[in-house]
Design a protein around this ligand. Structure first.
Ligand code: PYL
Length: 267
C-alpha cells in the first residue's frame, strides 16, 4: 500500500518566511495559529523549545526526496522545536539521533512516515495524523461539527482517521470511495455512516467536505456552493480553479498540518 510520493517541487517553497505567511492564512480560516493548533490537537500544553528532534533521511526504496527532511525540520523549527537533520542517513542517522539524546525522531520510507517519541515509546504515522488534523481544521473553520453533515471522499488511511475525528465530534458523516472493500471495512467499524455510490447524491447540499482521494477532477463546480469548506490533504490538489474560487474555504498543504499533527499526537 503505497502513499502518493511527494516531489521536491511540492515542498521546495517551504521556508520559515513562507511558513509565517501560511500561518496567517491558517489563522484567518480557523481562528488558531499553527502553534495553537498544535496544542489543540494534542489537547495539552507543549513546551516546544524544550523539544530536541532529529529528522533522519532514509535511502530505502525509491530513496531520498531532495528537500523532504529539510522541509520537515523547518516546520518543526517554526513551531519552536530544536530540530535538525542528521548528517547520516538510515541506521547511522538513528544512531546519531540517539547519541544526541533527542526526544523524538521523524523519518519516512516509501510506506510509512513516522514520528517516534523515544521517551514515551509512541509512534505516530503521517497518514493517521494528517486525517486527524484536516478533520480538526475543518471543525475549526466550520465553527464546530455537532450534528453537522460532513462528506468524506476517500476512506483509506487518511480518510479513516478523519472519519474517526468527525464522528467523535458529533458530525453526521456520509462517505464515498470507489473501492468497495474500503467501504465494507468502514461500515464494519461505523455501521451508522451513510454511503453514497456517487457524490452527486449529496453534493452540493453537504457543504463540509474532507477530500482525501487523489483522483483528480472528482469535485466539479456544481458540487459546491459559496458556503462549501473543503479540507483536502490530497497531493497533488485535485480541485480546479473554478471550484477553489467558488467555495468559502480550502484547507490544503503538502506537509505542514501532517507534521504538526504527528508532533501533537506523539507528544
Ligand atoms: C510523507 C508524504 C506525505 C505524502 N506522501 C508521503 C511521501 O511522499 N512518502 C515518501 C517519503 C520518502 C522520504 C525519503 C527521504 O527523503 O527520507 N525516504
Amino acid at each position: 500500500m503505497n502513499m502518493t510520493r511527494l516531489s521536491t517541487e511540492d515542498i521546495k517553497h517551504i521556508s520559515l518566511q513562507y511558513l509565517s505567511l501560511y500561518d496567517l492564512e491558517f489563522q484567518r480560516k480557523t481562528g488558531k495559529s499553527l502553534r495553537e493548533f498544535l496544542e489543540y490537537l494534542a489537547d495539552k500544553k507543549i513546551n516546544t523549545d524544550a523539544l530536541k528532534i532529529a529528522v533522519v533521511p532514509i535511502t530505502a526504496g525509491k530513496g531520498i526526496i531532495k528537500g523532504f527532511s529539510e522541509a520537515v525540520c523547518l516546520i518543526l523549527r517554526y513551531l519552536g522545536c530544536k530540530a535538525f537533520v542528521t548528517l547520516n542517513t538510515d541506521v547511522a542517522g538513528f544512531f546519531e539521533a540517539f547519541k544526541n539524546n533527542v526526544d523524538l525522531i521523524f523519518a519516512a520510507d516509501d510506506l510509512v512516515f513516522s514520528a517516534f517519541n523515544l521517551k514515551k515509546r509512541r509512534a505516530i504515522d503521517n497518514s493517521y495524523a494528517t486525517g486527524y488534523a484536516y478533520a480538526a481544521a475543518l471543525e475549526l473553520c466550520a465553527g464546530g461539527l455537532q450534528s453537522k453533515e460532513v462528506m468524506v471522499i476517500g476512506v483509506g488511511r487518511v480518510g479513516s482517521a478523519a472519519l474517526e475525528y468527525l464522528i467523535s465530534k458529533g458530525a453526521i458523516v456520509t462517505i464515498f470511495d470507489k473501492d468497495a472493500e474500503k467501504i465494507k471495512l468502514t461500515l464494519e467499524k461505523h455501521p451508522y455512516v451513510k454511503v453514497v455510490n456517487s457524490i452527486d447524491e449529496v453534493l452540493p447540499e453537504i457543504e463540509l467536505i474532507v477530500l482525501t482521494a487523489p483522483s483528480s477532477e472528482l469535485i466539479k463546480e456544481h458540487h459546491v456552493s459559496r458556503n462549501t469548506i473543503i479540507a483536502c490533504p490530497a497531493m497533488p490538489l485535485p480541485l480546479n480553479k473554478e471550484v477553489i474560487l467558488k467555495i468559502r474555504s480550502l484547507i490544503h498543504d503538502p506537509l505542514q498540518l501532517g507534521v504538526i499533527s504527528m508532533l501533537a499526537l506523539a507528544y
